[in-house]
Design a protein around this ligand. Structure first.
Ligand code: PMP
Length: 358
């Protein structure tokens, strides 16, 4: 399906092939970018127009551009993979389009037709497909939108830019798939009922940075947030959702509301249920977490998201102590099985019976 909007294509002068091949051998995460970007403008009255595939380049922004003052900005994160046969695929891009529009609604920004969102991403992947690393790497895609109307005043802007950029990436966590250590933030929260927690807006991440910095100071890979009202219920990590696997094989994950509705989360719930596992979306407290880890009732904990896919959590550190899940160093069998099932589908190596591959 196409959106009906014409894209003007102005090819960039590409990075020479030999140099590109060297760069994507060891891409890191989010530091390396491809040759092109896609931009589309929106203005009141005119709607979406001026769609372009062009050389990746800086924007010129007026100092009074609305985003710089009132933070109307939303984004998405998704990946393109190169399969063994060379075919290039994306995982459920329509879900990113849908979530993007939900974020847009929350931030009083214009919706973009889902077909246009997906077409924009496809156009960039097609232009920069040679940047997709082989093997375990992938091309991380970052669609985003921001308000660039020039004014001071608290109101929704009347002009926006939608853009897609791409970054070749390797594994998100260094450590070769070993379980990660997380810090429970007791002083900072991420989202409150009625707030913006379910939207993927830049401001949510700005607010999480001091908590993540504290996690790093405490020797942890990531921060986990508790709810804002009671500081009791586990919500999610800085950039990932969280799952708990109990000794009877059942799985608990925090309910939607103030957390980001992860596409990995939704996919894993479906895969686990398809495997006959019981998955409950229900509140789970930090006290239960600690008690269940200590009693052995809790067997595995894992985090999930587009960037890291599925990562076991081995050690949980909080002000005043720490505990481990199992021995803290091995990734449990349920975590491993779900990870393999998802990665198999994403990389086109297993049967895509749900039609998730694009
Ligand atoms: N929570 C937060 C706060 C995130 O930033 C992300 C990454 N988008 C996720 C969860 C996981 O979402 P997804 O599985 O769609 O990548």
């Amino acid at each position: 399906m196409t959106s009906g909007l014409e894209f003007r294509v102005t090819p960039a002068t590409p990075v020479p092939a030999a140099e590109r091949a060297k760069l994507i051998e060891n891409p890191g995460f989010g530091k390396l970018f491809t040759d092109h970007m896609v931009t589309i403008e929106w203005s009141e009255g005119k709607g979406w127009h001026n769609a372009e595939v062009r050389a990746r380049a800086p924007f010129s922004l007026d100092p009074a551009a609305a985003v710089l003052h009132y933070a109307q900005e939303i984004f998405e994160g998704m990946k393109a993979y190169r399969g063994r046969g060379g075919e290039v695929t994306m995982f459920r891009p329509e879900e990113n389009a849908r979530r993007f529009n939900e974020s847009a609604d929350r931030m009083a920004m214009p919706r973009i037709p889902e077909a246009l969102f997906v077409e924009a991403v496809e156009k960039l992947v097609a232009a920069d497909r040679d940047w997709i690393p082989d093997g375990e790497g992938s091309l991380y895609l970052r669609p985003f939108m921001f308000a660039d109307e020039v004014f001071l005043g608290v109101k929704p802007a009347a002009h926006y830019i939608f853009c897609v950029i791409a970054s070749p990436v390797g594994p998100y966590f260094k450590g070769g798939g070993k379980p990660v250590t997380i810090w429970v933030s007791d002083n900072f929260t991420r989202a409150a009922p009625g707030g913006t927690g379910a939207a993927k807006c830049g401001g949510n991440y700005a607010g999480s940075l001091v908590a993540q910095a504290e996690a790093t100071r405490q020797g942890c890979d990531q921060v986990v947030f508790l709810d804002a009202a009671e500081r009791r219920w586990v919500e999610e990590l800085g950039g990932m959702n969280v799952f708990f696997v109990m000794d009877d094989g059942s799985i608990i994950t925090p309910p939607l509301g103030t957390i980001l509705p992860g596409i990995t989360r939704a996919s894993l719930i479906e895969l686990a249920r398809g495997d006959g596992l019981k998955v409950e979306e229900k509140p789970y407290s930090f006290d239960e977490w600690k008690a269940d880890a200590e009693s052995g009732r809790l067997r595995e904990v894992f985090a999930c998201g587009t960037a890291a896919v599925v990562a076991g959590i081995g050690t949980v550190r909080y002000r005043g102590g720490e505990f481990t899940i199992g021995d803290g160093t091995t990734t449990g069998p349920v975590t491993q099985k779900l990870r393999e099932a998802l990665v198999g589908i994403q990389r086109g190596e297993s049967n895509d019976e749900r039609g998730w591959i694009h």
